[in-house]
Ligand binder design. Structure first.
Ligand code: GSH
Length: 339
């Protein structure tokens, strides 16, 4: 068992090393389409709507990159991946980037040979239980059956948490969120544990969300962000600075409502002008044109607009900005400067 796990990891790293030599920016341009790895479906983050169109907070990152590189936010092939398949899909070159509630960890960066380009959602692992169980703390879960997605940090944190609290659990391994939801609602497990944002998104789709409670414990740090293969720095820069453009746009007050006016050079803030390409040559340095960031921001709005529209307090998912507020509002979002 152990051997096959080690071999599996070695294979992913080997694939990544092989695929990283290719110039992904050129591949994407030549293909005319961005292959973007997402979840198999998590409403609010990445899921097809009634018309089969992918929507969500992570989907917005894919669309922003496609808009920046290809000038078309719809030029994206969304490739569904599970917790287990996502890394092989990226390492093998099947996808150009992964934008799927993936936690930035040491071993994924260093050992699996990926490059996290930033964080688009600061999260932590939580627990959901049926209200009827009467449980008020995760420490009361001794002996519980727990639905848990394989190939995730969730699995590892769960083992750490129960061990350090000297309690035991019985894992019910599952592959996708849809399966977790089904198993949990059918009573196959007492508890569902995953990133708190995933729990909120899952609970929002329940017929009676009020029958389920999120326990107070958040047992880990889960900085979620987009990633690419190690070694292709030009591509890493494109994805990193596209994400930064969305974050900076919010900080600088660039919105869907004023971007057309500001992109015509009407603004008098020099950083906004550099971001939108009316001053300086940042786009050229990235191998793109001057309007790359303006297009990325227009695709779905700035970071705050993307958040509010897909997962914010006015949506059924109802997430507060919390740690994902701008640093100027007491949160952790902090884009390096555009200069
Ligand atoms: N952040 C954790 C967990 C990510 C994860 O797989 N979350 C599940 C539960 S929200 C998910 O995205 N499921 C969607 C799917 O199955 O496609 C990790 O990177 O390992």
């Amino acid at each position: 068992m152990k051997k096959s796990v080690i071999l599996g990891v070695a294979t992913v790293a080997g694939l990544a090393a092989a695929a990283a030599t290719a110039g992904t920016v050129d591949d994407v341009k030549a293909r005319g389409k961005l292959n973007c790895g997402v979840t198999t479906g998590l409403v609010g983050f990445a899921a097809p709507d009634a018309n089969g169109e992918w929507k969500g907070f992570d989907v917005a990152v894919c669309r922003a990159v496609a808009a920046a590189v290809l000038g078309d936010a719809s030029a994206v092939e969304f490739v569904p991946t599970t917790g287990k398949t996502r890394f092989t899909a990226l390492a093998s070159g099947e996808i150009d980037m992964l934008a799927r509630n993936t936690t930035w960890t040491f071993s994924r960066d260093v050992d699996l040979k990926f490059e996290f380009v930033g964080v688009n959602y600061y999260d932590g692992q939580g627990f959901m239980v049926p209200k009827a169980l009467g449980v008020t703390s995760a420490k009361e879960l001794d002996g519980a059956t727990v639905c848990i997605q394989t190939g995730t940090t969730t699995e590892l944190n769960l083992a750490d948490f129960f061990r350090s609290n000297n309690i035991s659990y019985e894992p019910v391994p599952i592959e996708t969120n849809a399966e977790a939801q089904q198993q949990y609602l059918a009573g196959a497990c007492d508890v569902y544990t995953t990133d708190a944002s995933g729990l909120a998104a899952t609970r929002a789709t329940f017929e009676n969300p009020g029958d389920h409670v999120l326990l107070p414990e958040i047992i880990s740090k889960e900085p979620l962000g987009p990633l690419v293969r190690h070694g292709d720095h030009e591509w890493g820069d494109v994805v990193r600075w596209t994400l930064n453009a969305l974050v900076s746009a919010e900080e600088l007050g660039v919105t869907s409502a004023n971007i057309d006016e500001l992109s015509s050079g009407a603004g008098d803030n020099p950083e906004v002008n550099r971001l939108l390409g009316t001053e300086g040559t940042l786009g050229e340095m990235l191998g793109l044109d001057a309007d790359w960031a303006a297009r990325a921001i227009k695709a779905g709005g700035n970071y705050g607009e993307v958040f509010a529209q897909n997962i914010g307090e006015e949506t059924p998912i109802g997430l507060a900005r919390g740690l994902n507020a701008q640093w100027t509002d007491g949160g952790l979002l902090y884009s390096p400067p555009f200069r």
